[in-house]
Write a protein that binds this ligand. Structure first.
Ligand SMILES: C[S@@+](CC[C@H](N)C(=O)[O-])C[C@H]1O[C@@H](n2cnc3c(N)ncnc32)[C@H](O)[C@@H]1O
Length: 349
């Protein structure tokens, strides 16, 4: 496959935090469909000098069952979850063990994701008892938002991310000063709402207009409309490149990219190709007193050691610590842990 990301790179060399910049720029391509590729400048990455940050790994961050969300049971390639008022069954390839709860408990489900593509109405969902509306009210740690049955099997929240959100909230509150948060690939905005509630000024970026619309609805639902959140529909890579050129800076950056995605103008995101550049730019757009950069990755053939090494190299010379491991959800029935994603985060302290 051809290299697809057109990289609009500025040729300015800026010193990086604590070390001279290890970034050089040259030419290459990125992201636009072939027809509009014009071989713009590309970032050439060079290993940064300086001591590697301390490390902590493996770190397994767990989400336990709550009244808002619980993984009730899992097994035989499926998972049974409680999302607020609804019990939901979805496929789960990792659940290769046996179910603990009896079939009667699974059969109480309000919604089942079938995976069929040819159903009418609510896409691939089946509602065994009564047809349910597309959305329903949910809560995360006191924040109201909307759950939604999407045709991609998602319901608008990735509960395992809750571990990152509470960590971030703690950092924002403890900083006791204005904090700017950048939430890349922000989806329905839960992280943005948690950050805004904690007092941060938030910039939320996602390529999907629908997701941005849903995130705005969530802001209203959460009664946080008076909080400063910029909702931006853009390609995440293009956005950070622009922020770097403009000199915009952030204290916390979250990025939770898919393995493969597209920007609003067809820009292609491919994790293995683009992640090192994005991590590098994330370092460049930090304030002089940054707090954290949090990366999550899922559905990729890689170990957390891989993103750990990338993050440690990227933050060389910055001090702090890189913590890496997995985000897991603890099941209510037998207490098994369901792994959902890999993460690596740099924290200043
Ligand atoms: C897994 S979701 C992120 C979930 C989020 N961290 C959360 O917990 O709510 C990935 C998001 O990336 C967005 N996306 C995919 N490609 C993108 C791109 N090139 N630029 C910006 N956003 C993109 C999708 O629209 C989707 O909302």
């Amino acid at each position: 496959m051809k290299k697809m990301r057109d990289r609009q790179r500025d040729v300015r060399q800026r010193p990086s935090r604590g070390e001279s910049s290890a970034v050089q720029r040259d030419t290459g391509t990125r992201g636009k469909p072939a027809a509009v590729q014009d071989a713009p400048p590309r970032r050439h990455l060079v290993r940064r000098p300086g001591a590697l940050p301390d490390e902590r790994l493996p770190l397994i961050l767990e989400v336990a069952p709550t009244a808002d969300y619980a993984l009730l049971d899992s097994g035989a390639g499926g998972k049974l979850e409680q999302y607020g008022p609804y019990r939901i069954v979805r496929p789960e390839g990792q659940a290769i063990w046996q179910r603990t709860l009896p079939a009667a408990e699974w059969e109480k489900a309000d919604a089942i994701f079938t995976g069929d593509t040819d159903e009418e109405g609510m896409g691939r969902w089946r509602f065994p008892w009564q047809p349910l509306g597309e959305t329903w009210p949910m809560k995360h740690d006191g924040i109201d938002y909307l759950g939604r049955f999407t045709s991609f099997r998602h319901v608008g929240v990735f509960p395992e991310q809750g571990s990152h959100w509470s960590h971030m909230e703690g950092l924002i509150r403890a900083a006791n000063r204005p904090v700017k948060v950048l939430n890349l690939f922000g989806y329905t905005g839960l992280a943005s709402l948690v950050a805004a509630r904690a007092g941060a000024e938030v910039t939320h970026v996602d390529a999907s207009k629908k997701a941005i619309g849903w995130a705005r609805e969530n802001q209203e639902m959460a009664r946080l409309s008076d909080r400063p959140i910029r909702w931006i529909c853009d390609d995440a890579m293009k956005f950070v490149e622009r922020e770097e050129r403009r000199g915009s800076r952030y204290d916390i950056v979250l990025f939770d990219p898919p393995a493969y995605g597209r920007g609003p103008k067809g820009e292609v995101w491919q994790l293995f190709e683009d992640l090192p550049v994005m991590a590098d730019i994330c370092r460049e757009i930090l304030t002089p007193r940054p707090l954290a950069v949090v990366l999550t990755a899922y559905s990729i053939r890689a170990s957390f050691f891989s993103i750990h090494a990338l993050m440690r190299d990227t933050f060389a010379g910055m001090g702090g610590r890189v913590e890496s491991g997995e985000l897991v959800i603890r099941e209510k029935s037998a207490g098994r842990a369901l792994s959902t994603s890999l993460f690596s985060r740099w924290v200043a302290e």
